[in-house]
Write a protein that binds this ligand. Sequence first.
Ligand code: ATR
Length: 275
Amino acid sequence: MNFKKLDQYTELYGVLGNPVRHSLGPIMHNAAFSHKGINAVYLAFESNDIEGAVKGMRSLGIKGMSVTIPHKESVMPLLDEIDPLAREIGAVNTIVNENNKLTGYNTDATGALRALSDVIQVNGKLCVILGAGGAARAIGYILNKNSADLMIANRSAERGKALSSALNATFIRLEEVLDVEIDILINTTSVGMSPNTEFSPVSEDVLKPGMTVMDIIYNPGTTKLLHLASQKGCNIVNGLSMFINQGAEQFRLWTGKDAPVDVMKKVVEEYLYKR
Ligand code: ATR
């Protein structure tokens, strides 16, 4: 970051969550601000006090905030306006402060769609989402909206069925994934995440040449699932691609400018994989 330019006009952005010290937001957004010559900094705020944090954002004029676990839902009633997509998904990951009016957005879903769209158009495709948590909900919602055919496969049937009915999708058990002719397989579970990198959420028999396989895990960059998928001749989409795309959309909402995606990707890759 170019610290020399910090002065009385420097604007403040940040990420709000707990825990938050693992966040790559500061590295990514500060590189983007610096590259675009924008006089702003982005910091990590670790807090459980969501009400106090939103009040502070208003009183100090903090221009924008990423919101992460555990505040993505509880922040919603504290804002002045919620973008329709975030409202329908039921979670906010981005706040824009415009003259003290706070608007909540969700860029997780659009980030995932853009990452997928780099390799495949989703409409009419049979998509199987592994997992039924918040990430599965956001991704399922946007796939639905883009006319994909959706199935949810989850370990807990109760949770899987609840999400399936909310998304008008079909619920299947994890073992049943083998019987489905999948076009796009998306892992939203934590299986394979560092340090448990030797695990895959499905067996390699599920993976077929030409299938598109996406993992939202970005540490490691190539999960066991993606490793098996590329050996089988699948198209692969890694979690970093979704992370960068959701960040690029945040940058555009905050600054009105296109994000320097290549710069953001490079700095995050360097931090994650080349230390
Ligand atoms: P997020 O909100 O980030 O998506 P989450 O709400 O904790 O995270 O959801 C995690 C998902 O990963 C859940 O669907 C969970 O399955 P259960 O509903 O059965 O708990 C799934 N998951 C986590 N660990 C798993 C494992 N070892 N095997 C299969 N699924 C797992």
